[in-house]
Write a protein that binds this ligand. Structure first.
Ligand SMILES: [Zn+2]
Length: 186
């Protein structure tokens, strides 16, 4: 097994209506290498990000992340796995707020490891589809009775990695902190 260090950040930007305004060259190269030629700039720029995210649970997750970045005007970052058929790929995503109300997504490939097909087959563990409770006020997610930041939950549950196609359904609630804030206001 060998580990390759790569430094080619995949970047795309969307405007405040979630329309894709830009993808960089590294994105295009990555799309070609990974049989994603339908994701080349000429096919995606001008389209809405949510045209490409067909799963409602995944769309919700993206919207929660973007709301958080919009409300705080601070970047969010989290790590995730994005494996190809023969490679383990460790990646990090950064979502930056832009001045025009839009967002920039930067996916950084931290490292890649080759893996043999057998280990890929055995890593297909059975997934359970559970319900996640989110706080509608601060977007935190409840895990093991603790409320944690959404980007941390994505890392822990690997929602942008192996569980990307198996994102739990979200139910909406209110965390204790927001509850107390809310009670104070009444
Ligand atoms: Zn809350």
């Amino acid at each position: 097994m060998f580990i390759k260090e790569i430094n080619s950040d995949l970047t795309y930007r969307i405007d405040k209506y979630y329309n894709i305004t830009f993808v960089n060259d590294a994105w295009n190269e990555f799309a070609i290498e990974n049989k994603g030629s339908h994701l080349l700039s000429e096919f995606v720029v001008g389209k809405n990000l949510f045209d490409f995210i067909t799963c409602p649970a995944t769309s919700n997750l993206y919207k929660m992340l973007l709301n958080k970045v919009r409300n705080t005007q601070k970047l969010i970052s989290f790590s995730f796995r994005c494996d190809s058929q023969d490679k383990k790929r460790f990646m990090k995503m950064v979502i930056n707020p832009l001045n025009n109300g839009g967002f920039e997504f930067v996916s950084i490939i931290l490292s890649e490891e080759s893996m043999d097909i057998i280990s890929t087959v055995f890593s297909e563990t059975k997934k359970e589809n559970k319900l996640l409770t989110t706080c509608s006020w601060c977007n935190k997610i409840k895990l093991d009775d603790k409320w944690i930041d959404i980007e941390k939950a994505i890392e822990i549950l690997d929602l942008f990695g192996v569980n990307y196609n198996n994102i739990p359904l979200l139910s909406h609630g209110m965390c204790e902190i927001c509850f107390l804030e809310h009670v104070k206001e009444i």
